[in-house]
Design a protein around this ligand. Structure first.
Ligand code: ATP
Ligand code: MG
Length: 327
């Protein structure tokens, strides 16, 4: 088991001291640091700890919100609540905020050790991830690229507990945020790309619209004019950083095979051209798949997807497979 860095945060000095002491007595746990304060007023953590134990009565709505924000801001930190609260409603809310464990101040030493060992086994030393980058490309407007990209992301996060990022690369008319959230993004790709010199993991995660604690979406600029300054190299920097922080980075690159789209494809492990089984899609799907291979992308990375399959259509899956020379 790997030693971990554990931060205890509490507004109560006695509690902080006591819990800090109890943790320090556990052999081979790792480094224990204590922070006097609360989650709501936490200063920026330069080097996020592996585990954060937040001690707070959690009686106010605001402290639950602070928990949820913390989870989004530091997606790789295991979050633990130290509180007497144990109502079903509280536990459900904690779980939704990405909390891994709830420890009661009355827990015995044995129970505390058992819980800490469980957390230790979930923590993997901070080797940067090498997430999978998947891009969804519309062969034709309205095929469902955004629908599939966002729904796949949601399923990976909600059902498979993966850390997922969606980046909306439809720079002119991006709409991916609308598919998964009714919140308005507070920032967007245009602003972030002006800041790539200062870009780091916490700036990236703060720029994401939180959909779930483990699913963030980087929206495209709301006004097309704000997209004109975005450089392909800046997008490359953002995708590479996202890949080091998330298990899956899902790119909605719409119809654009411009410089930004091509950079995104170069960084993609898998490409999913989205089509439907109708004549116009057959034609444009073939064009797109041929073009991708002519540019030099390996055929094994290209996986055409038929969306909204229509059994009645005269164009069958076999026709599409033959035309595209692909499964
Ligand atoms: N499998 C599906 N089931 C139900 N609705 C779908 C499905 N796929 C797409 N849609 C709906 O069809 C519409 C067009 O889909 P979407 O916006 O994802 O297409 P797109 O390929 O991203 O288009 P664009 O090129 O304009 O970005 C949306 O309203 C979407 O909700
Ligand atoms: Mg779209």
């Amino acid at each position: 088991m790997h030693p971990a860095t554990i931060a205890v945060i509490s507004p109560l000095s006695n509690q902080l001291l006591d819990l800090g002491q109890r943790l320090k007595q556990i052999p081979n746990l790792g480094e224990v640091i204590t922070i006097h304060g609360d989650l709501q007023n936490l200063p920026e953590l330069q080097d996020p700890p592996d585990v954060v134990i937040a001690a707070d009565p959690f009686e106010e709505h605001r402290s639950m919100e602070a928990l949820a924000r913390f989870g989004i801001r530091y997606p790789r930190t295991l979050l633990v609540v130290y509180s007497r609260q144990n109502s079903a409603e509280f536990l459900m809310q904690a779980m939704r905020s990405g909390v891994r464990e709830v420890i009661s101040p009355e827990a015995s030493d044995a129970l505390l050790v058992e819980t800490m060992r469980r957390l230790q086994s979930q923590h993997h030393p901070s080797k940067d991830k090498e997430g999978t980058v998947m891009s969804f490309i519309s062969c034709k407007g309205g095929g469902g690229a955004t629908f599939l990209a966002t729904n796949l992301a949601y399923a990976l996060a909600a059902q498979h507990e993966q850390q997922v990022a969606v980046i909306d690369l439809n720079l002119q008319y991006g709409d991916a945020a609308l598919f998964v959230s009714d919140q308005k993004p507070s920032t967007h790709l245009g602003e972030l790309s002006q800041n790539t010199r200062h870009l780091d993991a916490s700036l990236l995660s703060a720029a994401m619209l939180p959909v779930l604690p483990n699913f963030g979406l980087l929206a495209s600029p709301e006004i097309p004019a704000l997209a004109t300054d975005i450089q392909a190299s800046q997008i490359g920097t953002i995708i590479r950083l996202a890949r080091s922080q998330y298990d899956f980075v899902i790119l909605d690159i719409g119809r654009g095979l411009d410089k930004v789209g091509l950079t995104a494809l170069e960084l993609s492990d898998q490409m999913y051209p989205v089509l439907q089984n109708t004549i116009p899609y057959l034609r444009d799907g073939k064009r797109l798949v041929d073009l991708l291979q002519t540019i030099g992308f390996a055929s094994e990375k290209i996986f055409p997807v038929v969306n909204r399959h229509d059994r009645e259509s005269e164009i069958t899956i076999q026709h599409l497979e033959k035309a595209l020379a692909k499964k």
